[in-house]
Design a protein around this ligand. Structure first.
Ligand SMILES: Cc1cc2nc3c(=O)[nH]c(=O)nc-3n(C[C@H](O)[C@H](O)[C@H](O)COP(=O)(O)O)c2cc1C
Length: 181
């Protein structure tokens, strides 16, 4: 029975934090206690054996997770092996039907496979946001040209938003139900 969930994540521009907050609300609505931890600010304060489910996620930049959640998994691999684990990422590719399968493989399946001791019960791939106002000039120019290709040459707006928070909430609630079955 899932009674307590640890939900921890790494973010660069804040979209993964928003997704994690939605997940946290959806799980709390089921009457379950959730500890939400931004790993950039520090590790969870309580020991992992106090949790029945640990959800770990990251935003993706240049094909990679942020370092904090990866370090969290590798430093706690032994403790996590005894707990149900779910992984999620927030990325641009999730917004493109052509790129989704590759993103699932590269950002989730390969991460799960690289920690074979983990009991990964679910993975979630969610669309993120390109907010060009938040990037410096060089990054804006580079990322804009990549997104423009993805949009088949169409004009790229100041904010490209692939979020689907309903999907995020449904995944979080569903994985808690699966963990209980
Ligand atoms: C410099 C940069 C590189 C990115 N690289 C990728 C990438 O390789 N693959 C991808 O799917 N999304 C990529 N994205 C999109 C991000 O994953 C997306 O903006 C996401 O919302 C970031 O999450 P965060 O706001 O939590 O940091 C990139 C975004 C930026 C700004």
């Amino acid at each position: 029975m899932v009674e307590r969930v640890l939900l921890c994540y790494g973010t660069r521009y804040g979209t993964t934090a928003e997704a994690a907050q939605e997940m946290s609300k959806a799980i709390q609505e089921l009457g379950i206690r959730v500890d939400l931890v931004n790993l950039k600010k520090g590790p969870p304060s309580d020991p992992l054996h106090e949790y029945d489910l640990v959800i770990v996620g990251s935003g993706i930049q240049a094909g990679r997770w942020t370092k904090e959640p990866l370090n969290f998994i590798s430093h706690n691999a032994d403790a996590l092996a005894k707990i149900k684990v779910a992984l999620f990422v927030v990325c641009g590719s999730a917004g493109s039907p052509d790129a989704c399968q590759e993103a699932q493989t590269e950002y989730l399946d390969k991460i799960a496979a690289s920690y074979p001791s983990l009991n990964v019960i679910s993975t979630g791939l969610f669309g993120g946001v390109f907010d060009f106002k938040k990037y410096n000039f060089a990054l804006r120019t580079l990322v804009r040209s990549i997104v423009k290709k993805q949009m088949q040459g169409n004009e790229v707006p100041e904010v490209v938003d692939f979020r689907d928070l309903g999907k995020v909430r449904a995944w979080a609630a569903g994985l808690v139900r699966d963990a209980n079955s």
